[in-house]
Write a protein that binds this ligand. Structure first.
Ligand code: OGA
Ligand code: NI
Length: 358
């Protein structure tokens, strides 16, 4: 059991529904014990990378010039294989829309807590879910993070307040799907499969898309609290933007790398289902978020998967080319998401469960 801390009065850790309110208490000068995370100090060191995070120009990926296009596809292939992480520029999502989505999400987090219980279902697969940490039913130590998770495709859901949330999220997510389709088109070429085959195998017309807003309030003890511990994402590609406050780390060649994105770029990371679909060629990348004393951080992560019913496995043509057998047990996407969301999120633990070891 976590100890009852002075800041929490008589409330038990299990009844905590948000960290924002705690972070805003005027006399909070140290965090309660159930936010104190002990990590291996060597692992918390983010190194300076010798080579920098790749940048992909999305306009080249869709260029009519075959030379530009094939160079861009090669670049994408290398970025996914060597980093599992890259920034995209010339992506076609207006800067104003990116700013709006962060602002309107902030308005959601700023709604009085009394107005939020209607968005706090028990079931982790409910299409609208506001919460804190990741899965407080399973965690002893909580993450310094509140979140809003909304299923936005193939059926669009959204909290009904604040009023402008809906129109902004609809538009941002629609444009994000266009970006993901362009990336997947490039991936299908680099894997040597037809685009239409990929669309069919993954059920992309009814792809499951989840909008996740993360709020990391200011934290008096950023050295021992964690925003999100290291994990990989389910799905194919996650698109991430933030409110100009840094905090994302990715793992690259065994080191943690700080991510300082170019202005107006979108960060992209490979998910577990790109790893499964590519039969291990494109590994999902481990990443985490740290917190800071000075400024609240907001990030918007849009997870883009196959359709919920898809049983994800590598396409036969790819296995022929690789001359390999599938390296992961095929599993329906929605079952995978359920397994991930109803447990503690830890590294690549769910992917490891389905990995076939010879
Ligand atoms: C996530 C995530 C990182 C961040 O929501 O899955 O990894 O920087 N977020 O907020
Ligand atoms: Ni993530």
């Amino acid at each position: 059991m976590a100890e009852t801390s002075p800041q929490l009065g008589q409330h038990s850790a299990a009844s905590i529904t948000c960290v924002k309110k705690l972070a805003e208490s005027p006399d909070l000068d140290s965090i309660p014990s159930h936010y104190t995370y002990y990590t291996n100090p060597a692992e918390t060191m983010a190194s300076d990378p010798h080579d920098s995070i790749p940048t992909i120009d999305l306009s080249l990926l869709t260029s009519d010039n075959p030379d530009h296009r094939s160079k861009a596809i090669h670049h994408l292939d290398k970025a996914c294989e060597e980093w599992g992480f890259f920034m995209i520029v010339n992506h076609g999502i207006p800067e104003q829309l990116m700013r709006d989505v962060i602002d309107v999400t902030n308005e959601f987090f700023n709604l009085p807590e009394e107005e939020k219980p209607e968005f706090q279902p028990e079931n982790v697969l409910e299409p609208i879910r506001y919460g804190t940490s990741f899965n407080t039913a399973k965690e002893k130590v909580f993450w310094w993070r509140d979140f809003l998770k909304v299923f936005v495709h193939p059926e669009f859901h959204c909290p009904h307040k604040p009023q402008s949330l809906r129109e902004v999220v609809v538009e941002y997510c629609r444009k994000s799907r266009e970006v993901v389709r362009k990336l997947l088109k490039g991936i299908s070429e680099s894997l040597g499969i037809e685009e239409s085959e990929m669309e069919k195998c993954l059920g992309l017309d009814s792809s499951l898309q989840i909008f996740i807003a993360n709020l990391y309030p200011r934290c008096p003890n950023p050295d021992v609290a964690v925003g999100i511990a290291q994990h990989s994402d389910h799905g194919l590609f996650t698109l991430l933007i933030q409110n100009q406050v840094a905090g994302l780390h990715i793992q690259h060649k065994g080191n943690w790398v700080h991510v300082n994105p170019l202005p107006n770029s979108i960060l992209v990371n490979t998910g577990d289902h790109l790893e499964i679909f590519s039969n291990g060629k494109y590994k999902s990348v481990l990443h985490r978020a740290v917190v800071n004393k000075m400024k609240a951080r907001i990030s918007i992560a849009v997870a883009n998967g196959p359709s919920a019913d898809t049983v994800v496995s590598p396409p036969p043509r790819l296995l022929q080319t690789q001359g390999c057998r599938p390296a992961y047990v095929p599993m329906q996407y929605k079952d995978y998401v359920l397994a991930q969301q109803s447990n503690q999120l830890k590294g690549k633990s769910i992917l490891e469960r389905v990995q076939i070891r010879d």
